[in-house]
Structure formats: C-alpha cells, structure tokens
Design a protein around this ligand. Structure first.
Ligand SMILES: Cc1cc2nc3c(=O)[nH]c(=O)nc-3n(C[C@H](O)[C@H](O)[C@H](O)COP(=O)(O)O)c2cc1C
Length: 237
C-alpha cells in the first residue's frame, strides 16, 4: 500500500525477491565489518521495508509472511538472524523499530515487546526505539523527549538495552534519561546537525571529557578548567 496520497504503491516481493533482499542485508553488514564499523543497526522502523512486513496496516500478504504476528515477523527475524551470522559475534548488532504505528489497528507496543523478545533470543544487543512512519495520518506526540516513554516501556517489558531518541537536545536531559534507567543510550539527530560540537558541550556541562583528534587538543592542556572541558587526545581509528 502507498504511504499516503501521491505516493507510489510498492509491489509485493516474491520468494526470490525476499532471498535477494536478505542477501543484500548480509552483504551490507559484511562490508560494514570489513570497513571497520563497530556497530550495525538494522532498520525495521519508519515505514521502511522490514517495518512494512511487521505492520498489519502495510502487510496485506496472504502467504507465510502475512496475516498473524508470527508470520509478519518472519522476514524481519530471518534478516536479523542472517545478519547476526555474518556480523562479528563480538560486535553489537541492534534493530531500530517503530514501537507503535500511532494509529488504530496498527503495530502496537505489545507487538514490539513480542518482536524484541524474539530478537533477543536471536542475539540482538539493543533496540533503538522510534515510532511511526507507516502511514501519513498517524497521530504521534512530538516535543522534548517524545519517544523516551516508549523506550522505557519496552525496556521494562523485555530485558534488552534500549536507545531513546526524539527531542533530546540538552546534556542534563540526556543524562537524566540514562541515569534514571529509562534508557541505556540516547541518540540525537537534529541537535547534532544544529550543534555538531554537542558532545564537547555535554562533556563540559556534565563534568566529563570527550575524545577528539590530537590537533583539536593542542592548546587545551592546562586550560581545561578555564575552558570548562574540551576534547581529550585520542588517535582517530
Ligand atoms: C534530516 C533527517 C534525516 C533523517 N534520516 C533518518 C534515517 O535515514 N534513518 C533513521 O532511522 N532516522 C532518520 N531520521 C530520524 C532521526 O534518526 C531521529 O529519529 C529523529 O530526527 C528524532 O530525533 P531528533 O529529535 O534528535 O532529531 C532523520 C532525521 C532528520 C532530521
């Protein structure tokens, strides 16, 4: 189905198409490992393909990949398992989900809990909790920390580390989310676009330090207190 008016309607994948796409996920993660990335997060949120399989709003299939929850989870879980096999066992592998579709009859928190439990059994290290993206008319709240409650709810129901994001802009806000146990990690998107040196500011405000390449550190030695923080020397990987 189309995302909304004016959007193209996708075609259902056949068995060969499913195999091809699963193979593409595996090949991508193998390339990421070769390139030295530390973490891979499989995108199963925001209306992208794996989310389209999960959500009853988008998934109208009548084969083994559509219908009940177990069938709708089948392809995303198969992709995860195949990537887990290909991605180094000692490196974290997570999944980004839309915890709720935000519309009646859509993917729900109960579904997310079931999905996260299955992912955990397959060796998933973390869930990055987002929301929405499957239909244009979804009603989801927006504002400071607008998805933190979803992350906390999932974490309370499933023993899995979670990432919270959405409207996290201030160091103390981020620290509070982690310290209060609502989430294990936080992620920032728009604030990092607006303020790319946010980690240095956060380090200064929270009395910590953040790593930077050696040229950024020259001149900071001995003036750390006056500058209120600044990068620590770290060789770029
Ligand atoms: C310009 C832009 C591009 C984005 N692209 C992606 C993307 O490719 N994949 C994704 O999972 N989220 C994407 N997002 C969503 C962000 O990851 C994040 O969930 C969202 O912006 C809320 O966090 P924030 O309030 O810190 O920006 C994008 C957001 C912005 C603003």
């Amino acid at each position: 189905m189309a995302y909304g008016d004016g959007f193209a309607a996708p075609e259902a994948l056949d068995e060969r198409g499913l195999e091809r796409i699963q193979g593409d996920f595996v090949a991508t993660s193998a390339r990421a490992a070769r390139a030295g990335f530390d973490t891979v997060e499989i995108h199963a949120a925001h209306g992208y393909l794996l989310h389209q399989f999960l959500s009853p709003l988008a998934n109208r299939r009548t084969d083994d990949y559509g219908g009940g929850l177990a069938n709708r989870m089948r392809f995303p879980l198969a992709v995860f398992a195949a990537v887990r096999d290909a991605w180094p066992a000692d490196k974290p592998l997570g999944v980004r989900i839309s915890a709720v579709d935000g519309i009646d009859g859509g993917w729900s928190m109960d579904d997310s809990v079931a999905f996260a439990k299955r992912l955990r059994e397959l060796g998933c290290d973390f869930i990055d909790v987002s929301s929405g993206g499957i239909v244009a008319e979804a009603a989801l709240p927006r504002g400071p920390g607008y998805q933190v409650d979803l992350a906390a709810e999932l974490k309370a129901a499933v023993a899995v580390p979670v990432i919270a994001d959405g409207g996290i802009t201030e160091p103390l806000q981020a620290e509070t989310i982690v310290r209060s146990g609502q989430a294990d990690l936080v992620a920032l998107a728009r604030q990092m676009l607006k303020e790319p040196r946010w980690p240095w500011r956060a380090a200064a405000e929270l009395g910590a330090s953040a790593a930077g390449p050696p040229p950024h550190v020259v001149g900071f030695e001995g003036v750390r207190a006056e500058w209120g923080g600044g990068p620590d020397a770290a060789e770029p990987d």
